[in-house]
Design a protein around this ligand. Structure first.
Ligand code: ADE
Length: 242
């Protein structure tokens, strides 16, 4: 149990313990790589987050572990059935309480940094990945609490979206990043894009690092960075300034 500071909420808040994310999918193998690399891997090793991937087929009562079926009324494409999804979610919920059951779909609320911040304060969440043509509407009506899209385009399933969401949330858990302030200075964290950064050499092929950054004058550097952030946001994402 520890205090954490969130710039976006401008308050101190506290967590009872670190986070648990359960992912429900019919393609569990897809998660092997991304969740076992870099920051996400380290955050699990250090105990900041527990990640579990559940194969929807394990919850099918069908002879061939079927999880999809034809749509009532006809139409192209198979639809994910409610039964295995309900069985899986019910089993998880019988052990612990979840703050949210999130369905990844192109019809959901579009993900942004504010929503990631909010979700990173939650204790336990379930991410349900849609696939094929869709999911039985009763899943939406009765089993999920939020629907999230990672952008206005259609992926072949919710798996990549769940990975994006899990990554964006996990890196915000305090302690996950070595330098905790680095998550707070990310693009979007204060509604602005991040300023440009440079490293050695100070001159390459005649392309120079701005002198101010080499001046050692902390306050002037901060002012320059803020100006650059505003300039970049105006040029590239003026919608963020509204
Ligand atoms: N599944 C398919 N497309 C998606 C999207 N854009 N966001 C979230 N889940 C999806």
């Amino acid at each position: 149990m520890r205090w954490i500071y969130r710039k976006d909420f401008s308050i101190f808040t506290w967590k009872i313990r670190d986070m648990r994310i359960d992912i429900i999918t019919c393609l569990p193998e897809l998660f092997d790589g991304p969740l076992n690399q870099s920051i996400v891997k380290r955050s699990q090793q250090k105990g900041f987050v527990e990640l579990y991937v559940h194969d929807l087929r394990d919850y099918s009562t069908g002879k061939h572990k079927t999880v999809d079926d034809y749509a009532y009324g006809g139409g192209a494409g198979m639809v994910l059935m409610i039964e295995p999804i309900d069985r899986c979610i019910s089993q998880l919920k019988s052990k612990i309480t979840y703050d949210d059951v999130i369905f990844l779909s192109p019809d959901g609320v579009v993900l942004n940094q504010g929503l990631c911040n909010e979700l990173s304060l939650e204790q336990n969440i379930i991410l349900l990945c849609g696939h094929y043509k869709g999911v039985d509407e009763r899943v939406r009506e009765h089993l999920i609490t939020r629907e999230i899209s990672i952008g206005s385009y259609v992926l072949s399933g919710g798996e990549l979206a769940a990975m994006v969401l899990a990554d964006a949330i996990i890196r915000l858990i305090p302690g996950v990043l070595n330098d905790e302030t680095s998550a707070l200075t990310d693009s979007f964290q204060d509604g602005l894009l991040a300023p440009p950064v440079y490293t050695r050499p100070s001159e390459y092929k005649g392309w120079k690092v701005p002198e101010i950054l080499q001046s050692g004058h902390e306050q002037k550097i901060e002012e320059w960075r803020h100006e650059q952030s505003v300039k970049r946001t105006k040029e590239r994402r003026s919608d963020l300034l509204k």
